[in-house]
Design a protein around this ligand. Structure first.
Ligand SMILES: Cc1ncc(C[n+]2csc(CCOP(=O)(O)OP(=O)(O)O)c2C)c(N)n1
Ligand code: SF4
Length: 252
C-alpha cells in the first residue's frame, strides 16, 4: 500500500464544503482544523461561526461550535471563554462581519485582552450577500454598491484592522498572512498555530488576518483571483507580524 501523503484533518467533519470553486475559505478551514488536531485540542475547542459565507462552518469543523449574530462573535467567544476557561475558543469572521458591523466587539475584546483566538478572513468584499463594498474594499475596486470603483471621497480609505488592533495594549498576537500560493499557505498555518498557542499559554488576545479570495463576486477565475489578491491586496495590506507577546508593551 502506498504511503499516505495527505489526508483530511481530524479537525474537519466529513461534510463537503459549500464554498464556490476556488474560494479560499476552504484552505483556511483546513489550516485551522490541522492546527487544532496537531495541538491535540479538538475535544476542548469551541468555535464561533459568523454571518457570511462561512455561516455554516459549524457543519465543517469537528469541534463544538456556536453561531453568533453578525459581528458579535468576539462577544460570544468572550462569554464562553469566561465561563469555560479550560476550553480553547476561537471566532471565525469575514471582513464584513469583523470590520464593519462587529468593529466595536473586536476592538473591545482586544482591549480587554480576552484569551481567545480570532481567525479574520479578509476578501475585500461582502461575499454572501452578493458582493457589496466592505470597509476593506480597495480604492477603485468595483462592487455591486461601488459599480464605478470605490472612491475615497465617499467611502474613505480601506480599513487596516491588523494595524489598528496592534495599537491596542491588550492585543497579544496579531499577524497578517495570505493563502494565494503554497509557500504562503505554509506561513499562514504557522501563524494560526502560534495564535492558538498564545491562547493555550494564557497570554491573551490573538488574531490572524488572512488575505482570501472571492472569485465569484470579484468576477474572476480562481487562478486570476489568487493573482489579484497577490498583486492588489498585499501591497495595501502588507503581510507580517504586528504584535507578539514577547514584544508586549512596545505600543502601550
Ligand atoms: C445583523 C446582520 N446584518 C446584516 C446581515 C446580512 N449579511 C449576511 S452575510 C453579510 C456579509 C458577510 O460578508 P463577510 O463578513 O465579508 O463574509 P464573506 O461572505 O465575504 O465570507 C451580511 C451583510 C445579517 N445577516 N445580520
Ligand atoms: S461568494 Fe465569495 S466568499 Fe462566498 S463562497 Fe463564494 S467565492 Fe467564497
Amino acid at each position: 500500500m502506498g504511503k499516505v501523503v495527505f489526508k483530511r484533518s481530524e479537525g474537519l467533519s466529513k461534510k463537503e464544503f459549500s464554498y464556490c470553486p476556488g474560494c479560499t475559505h476552504g484552505i483556511i478551514h483546513r489550516l485551522v482544523a490541522e492546527v487544532i488536531e496537531e495541538l491535540g485540542i479538538i475535544d476542548k475547542t469551541i468555535g464561533i461561526s459568523p454571518v457570511g459565507c462561512s455561516v455554516m462552518n459549524y457543519e465543517f469543523f469537528n469541534c463544538d461550535m456556536q453561531q453568533a449574530a453578525h459581528g458579535r462573535a468576539p462577544a460570544v467567544a468572550t462569554g464562553i471563554k469566561r465561563v469555560r476557561p479550560d476550553n480553547i475558543v476561537f471566532s471565525y469572521q469575514g471582513d464584513g462581519d469583523l470590520a464593519s458591523i462587529g468593529t466595536a466587539e473586536i476592538i473591545h475584546a482586544a482591549h480587554r485582552s480576552e484569551n481567545i483566538t480570532v481567525i479574520f478572513v479578509n476578501n475585500a468584499i461582502y461575499g454572501m450577500t452578493g458582493g457589496q463594498m466592505a470597509p476593506t474594499t480597495l480604492i477603485g475596486q468595483k462592487t455591486t454598491t461601488s459599480p464605478y470603483g470605490r472612491e475615497e471621497k465617499h467611502a474613505g480609505k480601506p480599513i487596516k484592522m491588523s494595524e489598528l488592533l496592534a495599537t491596542i495594549p491588550g492585543a497579544s498576537f496579531i499577524e497578517r498572512v495570505s493563502v494565494h500560493d503554497p509557500a504562503h499557505v505554509r506561513k499562514a498555518k504557522k501563524a494560526i498555530k502560534k495564535a492558538f498557542e498564545v491562547q493555550v499559554e494564557g497570554k491573551g488576545f490573538s488574531l490572524v488576518e488572512l488575505i482570501s479570495t472571492c472569485p465569484v463576486n470579484w468576477g474572476k477565475t480562481p487562478q486570476d483571483a489568487l493573482n489579484w489578491a497577490k498583486e492588489n491586496m498585499i501591497p495595501y495590506y502588507p503581510l507580517g507580524n504586528f504584535r507578539t507577546p514577547e514584544e508586549d508593551g512596545k505600543n502601550d
